[in-house]
Design a protein around this ligand. Sequence first.
Ligand SMILES: [Ca+2]
Length: 506
Amino acid sequence: MPLLKLHTRYSILRAALLRSSSPCQQFPRCNLATFAQALRAGLHFCTFALCLLAASAAPARQPNIVLILLDDMGYRDTGFVGNKYISTPNIDKIAKSGAVFSQCYASAPNCAPTRACLLTGQYTPRHGVYTVVDDRYAPGQPHMKVMSTKGNDELPAGTKTVADVLKSGGYSTALIGMWNIGRGRNGSPGSPTGRGFDVYKRPDDVNFEKDAYMDGKGRYLSDALCDEALSWIDKNKAKPFFLYYAEHSVHEPFDPKPALVAKYKAKTPTGLDKGITPEYAATVEAVDTSIGRIMAKLEADGLTKDTLVIFTSDNGGLPYVVNPLRGSKGLLYEGGIRVPGAVSWPGVIPAGKTFDEPVASMDFMPTILEAAGLPLPKGQPTDGVSLMKQLKTGAALNRNAIYWHFPCYIGKGEPMSLLRAGDYKLIQKFAGPTFELYNVKKDPSEEHDLAKAEPAKVEELKKLLLAWQKDTGAFLADKKNEAYDPNAKEQRGGGKGGQGGGKKKK
Ligand SMILES: [Ca+2]
């Protein structure tokens, strides 16, 4: 439209010039026809050049951003990653219409720190949100060999999130679902509305009890949250928007829709899908349906080509859904941090590509800001890298290494630090203390510790890891816990929840 308007204005001006100017008044001895021809050619050129200038200067509409984050979904619980038991046609459609990251990682092995990394683009030592709030795992418990840290409950004052930057850049912003980086509400620094979100809707806003999938009236949580998302899109679609759709699915305990459970009870999972329960599969399919409704809404409103959609999970899955990976959420082995990852933006990101370089949650913040044409927060370190160039052109990231740092106990999890460089992973266990080395390309199940066989590689990577810990000011869980009792068992059921302890979400 601006181009058309500009062209129209120049057509009027040109016509006026040609009508009012008498070239021979200025150049009485020239050939009138030749001069008029030259003038017309010149004006055509100017019009063309100005149109080009306008085209390059006028920003296209900034893309909408839809960031879909699932809770506790394992790396291969969707069709596009190879699951044959669970039906996820809508998530698969996002992957098919865009690009897939075959080695997508959560930046932490549980909920809160990954969300903090995702929204700030930073490693855990930068913001200090190392784990979920859980009193049973407060540092110094008798079952803990080393002194861990509880870290920060919320982001440090002044740390900008992707929502802060997008909001300052003119976006409408909303979080529908789970926050979990602080307990505040109503604009406090521990609340989404204090961190750049205009709107925050959580389950109790749609009349669901804490951790309940059903509301007692036959309504399912994912359907209710999706209704909120669709309604918010409808109200905000006139200008660029950022929807952070952070589902409570697919965490335990499940309370799935009976018809879906019946469907999966009639099927038998085979191969790597063995062990997946009908209840889990039904929970995944229900959230896939909600994601499909959001995608259909974008399509119906003509926004598909104006929208960058990112799909991923906050940590690895439950032990029975991460075959053949080692570990599960809470651990820095592959099962604890490998997640599904897909991105689509039709017309901008070519469809059907799979990228094999490792990427992590923290990369999505700079990716989103580059897509929106907005700068990274000034004076704030950003550890993630934008994936836009790779997504658009296939260019390699060529990153030397990615790091994780989890100096905490929770469930089976213990203080660990990790570096991934090339195909190698070096894991530091503070309670060991040991270093373990794996080649995850040759040994995705991390069954063969190469530390003894390849000491030079351990030394090379150890230097990088320790330097990174120092550089980021990481809390080191390297002090003995004087209260340690090898016979002590972890406290159960008395805290505010946590892994293995009931209904707390992570
Ligand atoms: Ca989680």
